[in-house]
Design a binder for this molecule. Structure first.
Ligand code: FAD
Length: 301
């Protein structure tokens, strides 16, 4: 059965979007070019491009955004982070991205660079995502009307930001992001639908009006599963790691199966769409969408 959202009396097909990261080698860039053609052909709402995450080169993010804009039909959305950047440098980067024809942003504080802790003044002293969202809004206001379009997204943490002491604090922080100009939120990874659904419900009750897109990643290996568990701040579903190990440590079909089941519960519970972390591969995320009947036949061969 296809995942259907009920808006008023007209049923609409649930929507989806993707995340990719800049390639770290020429060969990886070729593979990524191929993957984004398939991802774009699926008709996502947008494809987001990470920035500086895990030490990736920041110019490479801009190159990938340009590639998406010039060579695919997908709407590119630029992640931007503040760690280690001055207000002036950020302002310049925002304008460079807009000059490249990209007007949608995910405003983030960013991961601490390798070797630095959260308490390091170079991390703790960085502008917050709220301040970045405000800078983006200011930059939009400075542009001529035709280039001042676009939306600002922010991050949300259904299982709590690592520095948060309570859910109430997480929701207050998310509402402050909305007040700073955010028009949508994308969540950190999580494994259980209830974690997202209860967070979204509590956030609505507290006054959050912007959509929260659940972030999902179909894993292939036990190493990826452990990484997701670390980001989610919760253990992986019982038995999943063992099942992957029994299949030789590489079991993309299990990742697809788990993501499909999770997405079904999320969409049935009212999630507005799903945001798929692709790991720069198209096969698994497209298999998820196919299972959910959200994909018209993949036209790229
Ligand atoms: P902010 O909301 O700006 O928070 C920064 C600081 O504010 C915190 O360190 C803390 O002091 C305080 N704070 C925040 N929330 C709370 C709270 N609930 N309670 C108390 N204090 C709080 N990282 C990258 O480097 N590059 C990327 O491209 C990238 N993409 C991401 C995409 C998504 C969808 C998500 C969810 C995360 C991504 N990250 C990325 C990781 C993200 O940068 C880190 O999780 C970072 O620790 C926090 O960023 P933020 O924008 O949420 O921070």
């Amino acid at each position: 059965m296809s995942a259907v959202l009920l808006t008023g009396s007209t049923p609409t097909r649930a929507r989806f979007s993707f995340e990719v990261f800049p390639a770290r080698s020429g060969a990886a860039a070729l593979a990524l070019g191929h993957a984004v053609q398939h991802l774009s052909a699926a008709g996502p709402d947008f494809i987001s491009v990470t920035y500086g995450a895990n030490g990736s080169n920041r110019d490479a993010s801009l190159d990938l955004l340009r590639y998406l804009r010039d060579h695919t039909d997908a709407l590119p959305l630029a992640h931007l982070t503040t760690v280690g950047e001055s207000r002036e440098a950020l302002r310049e980067t925002i304008h460079r991205v807009m000059d490249a024809g990209v007007h949608d942003f995910l405003a983030l504080r960013g991961d601490p660079p390798r070797g630095l802790s959260e308490d390091d003044p170079r991390v703790a002293g960085s502008l917050s995502s709220l301040e970045l969202a405000e800078l983006i809004a200011e930059a939009r206001a400075e542009r001529p009307p035709l280039t001042s379009v676009g939306r600002t997204a922010v991050a949300a943490y259904p299982n709590g930001h690592p520095l948060s002491r309570s859910r109430a604090e997480d929701i207050e922080w998310l509402i402050a992001k909305q007040e700073a100009g955010a028009q949508l939120a994308i969540t950190q990874l999580f494994f259980r639908a209830e974690e997202y659904l209860s967070f979204a419900s509590d956030a609505r009750t507290a006054g959050l009006a912007i959509p929260i897109l659940p972030g999902l990643m179909p894993v292939s290996t036990s190493a990826q599963l452990r990484k997701v568990a670390a980001l989610a701040g919760r253990p992986a579903p019982e038995g999943l790691e063992e099942e992957i190990e029994e299949l030789g440590g590489y079991a993309p079909e299990l990742g697809v199966e788990h993501t499909v089941a999770l997405a079904r519960e999320l969409l049935a519970g009212g999630a507005p769409s799903i945001h798929l972390y692709t790991f720069n591969r198209h096969e698994q995320v497209l298999a998820v969408l196919r299972e959910l009947a959200l994909l018209t036949p993949d036209p790229v061969r």
